[in-house]
Design a protein around this ligand. Structure first.
Ligand code: 13P
Length: 258
């Protein structure tokens, strides 16, 4: 029953919870699943809650992630945050190219690529998000969209760096809608992503890269999704805001790791 890669369950809190509320949720998650080491568990609060959540996370085996960063190291970029600033707060991961940022903030594959390279150079592990819209799925364009996004985000990434990469497949129509891709639908795209990674980095390196599923993942559907051979974890929105629900997904991954 054991899985080929160590599962990563990553919460994406999006624009929710202030620094005090974030620390409280992190504490609750830490009490439930913060001691085990079999599954990687990451919390990604807003920028303003990073420091308070970092303090909680650092006393446990939980890991810290950010939801975005700027591609430049420093300078006249009002309102932006650099990779080094995130590292200073002990962030391990950074979510890049989330569909909400692509849609509302105009992030293109080129920008996602620049951010991916900057994150890797700063020893932050990028969680690069890809996924098709409903319109693209219905038009039979899933493979084309995924290929463009995966290859576009990873231009210039070396095989040595690839082991620090995480990809998240988040079908846009499944995000926050309660509609989940069936395990088979998700697995088919995850397998395609793994084969794209194999084309870029070779099979050995591709086999080590974790590919997460995101989109209305919750304790009720986590077992079936995580049991798929190429689904190596989850990127969780709504359910990550409730300690019990989030921990329930971690428990699924723990069970499947045995
Ligand atoms: P939901 O789990 O709320 O559908 O959000 C998924 C997501 O966008 C995580 O990045």
């Amino acid at each position: 029953m054991s899985h080929a890669r160590k599962y990563l369950i990553a919460g994406n809190w999006k624009m929710n919870l202030n620094s005090a509320e974030g620390a409280e949720l992190a504490q609750d998650v830490a009490s439930l699943v913060g001691q085990q080491t079999e599954v990687s568990v990451c919390l990604s609060p807003t920028y303003t809650a990073l420091e308070s959540v970092s303090k909680v996370v650092n006393k446990s085996n939980l890991l810290l992630g950010a939801q975005n960063m700027h591609q430049e190291a420093a300078g006249a970029y009002t309102g932006e945050i650099s990779a080094e600033m995130l590292r200073h707060l002990f962030a391990s991961f950074v979510i890049l190219g989330h569909s909400e940022r692509r849609e509302y903030c105009g992030e293109t594959d080129t920008i996602v690529n620049e951010k991916t390279l900057a994150a890797l150079a700063a020893n932050l592990k990028p969680i690069v998000c890809v996924g098709e819209t409903l319109e693209e799925r219905e038009a039979g364009r899933i493979s084309e969209v995924i290929k463009t996004q995966v290859q576009g985000a990873l231009v210039g990434v070396t095989t040595a760096q690839a082991e620090n990469l995480v990809i998240a497949y988040e079908p846009v129509w499944a995000i926050g809608t309660g509609k989940t891709a069936t395990p088979e639908m998700a697995e088919a795209v995850h397998a395609e992503i793994r084969s794209l990674l194999s084309g870029l980095f070779g099979a050995e390196a591709a086999d080590k890269i974790r590919i997460l599923y995101g989109g209305s993942m919750k304790p009720e559907n986590a077992d079936d999704l995580l049991a798929q051979p190429n689904i190596d974890g989850g990127l969780i929105g709504g359910a990550a805001l409730k300690a019990n629900a989030f921990a329930g997904i971690v428990e699924s991954a723990l069970k499947l790791s045995k």
